[in-house]
Design a protein around this ligand. Structure first.
Ligand SMILES: Nc1ncnc2c1ncn2[C@@H]1O[C@H](COP(=O)(O)OP(=O)(O)O)[C@@H](O)[C@H]1O
Ligand SMILES: [Mg+2]
Length: 257
């Protein structure tokens, strides 16, 4: 097994804009342009960049929710483009808005337990693991029967993280996990993420324009602009010797946050 938990090479993805799709598009936008990214096991990676830089497209491609036009993605020893189902067994994803990513008709415990269905566990074992995941994010058994709308925004995002860790994935991809939360709720969620990484052995790939979130959690940072990674390194290294003006501004802003 290699040291890299995630190894992305040459990832390219274009969208047709306007016109009649790819048959005769008015224009083609390169959301990702030959992106390389390596996430080491146990080192949280932050991807920052302004809106439209391609961060969410990168996250969705890695999570196998979208297929790139070109490039390669390895998750551990799995070729994620050749075998997306195997890749999904070792990763999960959390979205910005838990209200729209959690099915409003389902009870909390069922939402959290759903990723376990593929494991063919006995119902009692599935329930026990889902309850343990809820407890890990600070939601008790008393909350198991509630539906998403009965929780606060911060609790819903905790629920989303319980669902993300219940299958014990090595990699959790979080796309703007704190952007819909007020600052103190966001700070508590970041503390929770740090604790989950210790307790559950999860490595996070956090995509955000919230530089404070990246600064608080991540060991390594990649800066995206117009579909490309323009800077990458340890957070400390980038803050000290950024070669790119834009990257320097971002990392300086993160330090102030
Ligand atoms: N499904 C889509 N169809 C067309 N264009 C898209 C789609 N998703 C993203 N884009 C475009 O790709 C670029 C990158 O978007 P995105 O990955 O969402 O950036 P970010 O998350 O950094 O804000 C933007 O120009 C966006 O408009
Ligand atoms: Mg985005």
């Amino acid at each position: 097994m290699s040291d890299a938990l995630l190894d992305v090479r040459g990832l390219t993805k274009a969208y047709a804009i306007g016109g009649r799709g790819f048959v005769r598009p008015a224009a083609v936008r390169r959301a990702l342009d030959r992106v390389d990214l390596v996430v080491a096991r146990g080192r949280h990676m932050g991807v920052v960049g302004e809106s439209g830089a391609g961060k969410s497209t990168l996250a969705r491609c890695i999570a196998t929710l979208e297929r790139p036009d070109e490039g390669a993605i390895r998750v551990g020893d799995v070729d994620a483009l050749a075998d997306p189902a195997a890749a999904r067994a070792s990763l999960s994803m959390v979205f910005q808005d838990p209200a729209s990513s959690l099915d409003p008709r389902w009870r909390a415990l069922d939402i959290v337990a759903e990723p376990l269905v593929r494991l063919a566990l006995a119902p009692a074992e599935r329930r026990a693991r889902a309850l343990a995941a809820m407890e890990a994010v600070g939601l008790g058994a008393g909350e198991a029967a509630k539906r998403p709308h009965e929780f606060s925004g911060g609790q819903r995002q905790r629920l989303a993280f319980a669902r993300a860790i219940v299958g014990r994935p090595a990699l959790v991809i979080a796309d703007e996990p704190t952007s819909a939360l007020d600052p103190s709720t966001a700070a508590r969620l970041l503390d929770l993420m740090a604790r989950l990484s210790d307790e559950a052995g999860v490595t996070f790939l956090v995509v955000s324009h919230d530089l404070h979130a990246i600064d608080r959690l991540c060991d390594d940072v990649a800066v995206m602009r117009e579909g490309r990674i323009v800077e990458a390194g340890t957070r400390a290294m980038l803050a000290g010797a950024a070669r790119d003006d834009y990257a320097r501004a971002l990392v300086a802003a993160a330090g102030r946050g």
